[in-house]
Design a protein around this ligand. Structure first.
Ligand SMILES: [Zn+2]
Length: 312
């Protein structure tokens, strides 16, 4: 098989010398030697993407079958709510800290800051931000998710492609685990900038494709194997550069661990490292620690905070 893909220009730097970094059989992940940006090849069609984001995206019973057709979405998103919200709490705390450094809320201002969550899923982050006093709104492509928010919460969530969203700029825009799913990630960052008021905060999370563990596990890593939905892979450098081009100043990049039940951690480990993972699963079961929660940070994910520049 040819390992070059010279016909494919890198969307980040424009070079034509990408080669296959990972070969997943049905797909490859290409890497640009010039700038280190990576992307899935071939890319799914619009119809294929639409098909993935259905109701079962959040309760994908086939998830642990472990092949590229089956790995997408969440095995059981509802049961992950509380652990996800612990992570969101930390992120919202950090956002509040950056806003207060802006001097927002000083001078006797009592206005609730506005927050837009792009790709809001079931509204977990919105719920946390709402509790912290934000005037929140969400947007998600997935109809089932937006309907669920409408049944459960009183804050607003709209269904659709956020590239067509024309709401007013907010004090805060968040985009958790979304950018890697989007067919035009750089346009999406520009759109996010237009939805963030000058001086406002943008927070985004995605995989860090060049972290030590990402490189060590390579194509065994779940994030690389989500061939139906993960289209683009950033590292700290390309993410910083992309945000600066879109009109942001990067304030901080953290690794982004996850709080996870031991049984779920072992199950996921087994997808990447079958033998070690199987041993871990048995140990967890025997020791009665299945439901024990741990905070686990393999540093494969990053959360980036940025401030919207004043458009000159
Ligand atoms: Zn490049």
């Amino acid at each position: 098989m040819a390992t070059t893909a010279a016909d494919q220009a890198c969307d980040y730097c424009g070079r034509n010398s990408a080669s296959a970094r990972y070969d997943l059989g049905t797909h490859r992940i290409l890497r640009c030697p010039g700038c280190t940006f990576m992307w899935l090849d071939p890319q799914p069609t619009a119809e294929e993407l639409h098909e993935v984001y259905g109701e079962d995206y959040y309760s994908n019973q086939r998830f642990f079958e472990g092949n590229g057709e089956a790995i997408y979405g969440y095995h059981d998103y509802v049961s992950e709510r509380f652990v996800k919200q612990q992570d969101h709490q930390r992120i919202v705390d950090r956002i509040v800290e950056f806003l207060s450094r802006n001097g927002d809320g000083a001078h006797g201002e009592r206005r609730m800051p506005g927050l837009l969550d792009i790709g809001c899923g079931y509204g977990y982050l919105l719920d946390v931000a709402h509790d912290r006093g934000f005037d929140v709104e969400g947007i998600d492509y997935n109809r089932a998710a937006v309907d669920r928010i409408a049944r459960k919460y009183r804050f607003r969530a709209v269904c659709g492609d956020f590239m067509a969203y024309d709401g007013a700029p907010r004090d805060v825009v968040t985009m958790m685990d979304v950018i890697e799913h989007l067919p035009r990630p750089f346009d999406a960052l520009s759109k996010a900038a237009s939805l963030t008021r000058p001086g406002g905060i943008f927070a985004l999370s995605t995989m860090d494709s060049d972290s030590i563990v990402s490189r060590m596990l390579g194509q065994r890593l779940e994030d690389f194997r989500r061939t139906r939905e993960h289209l683009y892979f950033f590292n700290r450098r390309t993410m910083r550069g992309s945000l600066e081009r879109a009109g942001f100043d990067v304030l901080r990049i953290d690794s982004y661990g996850l709080t996870i039940r031991m049984d779920s951690l072992a199950r996921r480990a087994r997808m990447a490292l079958p033998r070690a993972g199987a041993v871990m699963e048995r140990v967890v079961r025997w020791s009665g620690l299945s439901a024990q929660q741990v905070h686990f940070d393999p540093r494969t994910k990053m959360v980036v905070y940025a401030r919207r520049r004043d458009p000159a």
